[in-house]
Write a protein that binds this ligand. Structure first.
Ligand SMILES: [Zn+2]
Length: 126
């Protein structure tokens, strides 16, 4: 008899089912190295919710896909293919016509002036 299922058991099973096919990253399309065990490695396999839980997505296997940790972090709570609710404004004219979020911190740009969809900025050079 199986032990009583815990919540993370289903999550682990979904993770195993997805990893079994070793699909490429759903965000960048590149292969994922499923042998990486370091959970903080930017290229480690993570399970992404197609529709984020924060936006009402389900925790069912159908709503899950494989993604690099880095790509998952970059994706955040953005809906795939969604261009209506969070459409990016036209590039600013002036000093930042080509906006590079990863360099925003280095330029001293306050968080409330970051473009839509950018929820955090690290000083890291990816
Ligand atoms: Zn990726």
């Amino acid at each position: 008899m199986p032990k009583k299922w815990r919540n993370n058991t289903i999550r682990d099973r979904h993770r195993a089912v997805i990893a079994a096919d070793e699909p490429p990253c759903a965000e960048c399309g590149r292969a994922i190295d499923y042998t990486i065990t370091d959970q903080y490695d930017p290229w480690v396999f993570t399970v992404d919710h197609v529709v984020p839980l924060a936006l009402g997505g389900s925790d069912l296997l159908a709503n899950k896909q494989a993604m690099h940790r880095l790509c998952n972090l970059k994706k955040g709570d953005r809906l795939p293919g969604c261009t209506t609710s969070k459409q990016r404004p036209a590039p600013r004219t002036g000093r930042d016509s080509t906006y590079e979020p990863t360099t925003a911190l280095a330029r001293g740009i306050p968080a409330d002036q970051l473009p839509p969809g950018v929820t955090f900025v690290t000083g890291r050079d990816w």
